[in-house]
Design a binder for this molecule. Structure first.
Ligand code: ATP
Ligand code: MG
Length: 248
């Protein structure tokens, strides 16, 4: 996935300015930067969620397999199956069961044969490292799960349609250290199959999990490079100030 001079507006205010970036497949890409610098807006522009914000619109291009996701004739529903998203707070469908939450991720118009659906639900829960904890209560309520389990359920729901890219917006912000560690392990595991773009305020998390890191500041991309380089020899003063905790 890549962006070309992507600008994202709320009405007349540009929250993200002319960002050109490439996210090679099967890697983890971290987005860091102080609060309000446009990370979430940028992420939401990648699967056209930003359009759902009041006044939200974009210019520039977002290419998925070389095709502009803002091009004419692109189905937004199809796009969001290919570019899935998990948010800061777990967002399971509260009235649906665990099973139905995962199945909902498929966003199908027609019905799949039951056996096939069962298989996809089980596989997705296994890949989200949740199966063993919920296999005996699949019909039970999703909101009876712990926060960390709910977040893995949301990950299972996102994985179910076999996306190409998974967007994670501070996925561990509401979790305890153990829940955080599980998600980080999963991120590492899942990059074999998916391209992952993760927003995080946790510098250790970015350093531990990602292959590339991009530093955003005031809506622009300040520096992008291999994670190791960004954290050891940043080229930009603002990047260095941020990662060493001198601001933000
Ligand atoms: N729905 C909205 N309407 C208008 N302006 C918005 C909206 N959402 C965000 N903004 C503005 O856009 C800018 C970028 O916000 P964004 O949420 O993308 O930042 P962020 O880097 O994700 O911050 P945080 O780290 O706090 O999550 C901010 O100035 C914010 O006030
Ligand atoms: Mg944000």
């Amino acid at each position: 996935m890549e962006t070309s001079t992507l600008t994202a507006m709320y009405g007349k205010f540009a929250a993200v300015k002319a960002v050109t970036l490439q996210f090679p497949a099967n890697q983890v890409h971290a987005l860091i930067g102080p609060s309000g610098c446009g990370k979430s807006t940028f992420l939401r522009s990648l699967n056209r969620m930003h359009e759902m914000s009041i006044g939200g619109w974009v210019t520039g291009r977002v290419l998925l397999d070389g095709e502009d996701v803002y091009g004419p004739g692109v189905s937004v529903i199809q796009l969001r199956r290919r570019v899935g998203m998990v948010f800061q707070r777990p967002t399971p469908f509260p009235t649906k069961s665990i099973y139905d939450n995962v199945a909902a991720g498929l966003m199908l118009e027609g019905k799949l044969p039951r056996a096939e659906l069962d298989e996809i639900v089980e596989r997705s829960l296994r890949r989200a490292a949740l199966w063993d904890e919920v296999k005996d209560r699949l019909k039970g309520s999703a909101i009876a799960l712990s926060g960390g389990q709910q977040q893995r359920l949301c990950l299972a729901r996102t994985i179910a349609p076999e996306p190409e890219v998974i967007l994670l917006d501070e996925p561990t912000a509401s979790l305890d250290p153990q829940g955080t560690q599980r998600i980080e392990e999963l991120v590492f595991e899942l990059k074999k199959d998916f391209t992952i773009i993760i927003v995080t305020h946790n510098m250790q998390q970015a350093a531990r999990t990602s292959d590339t890191t991009t530093f955003f500041y005031l809506g622009t991309m300040v520096e992008h490079g291999p994670t190791k380089q960004i954290f050891t020899t940043p080229q930009n003063e603002q990047t260095e100030a941020y990662i060493t905790g001198r601001f933000g």
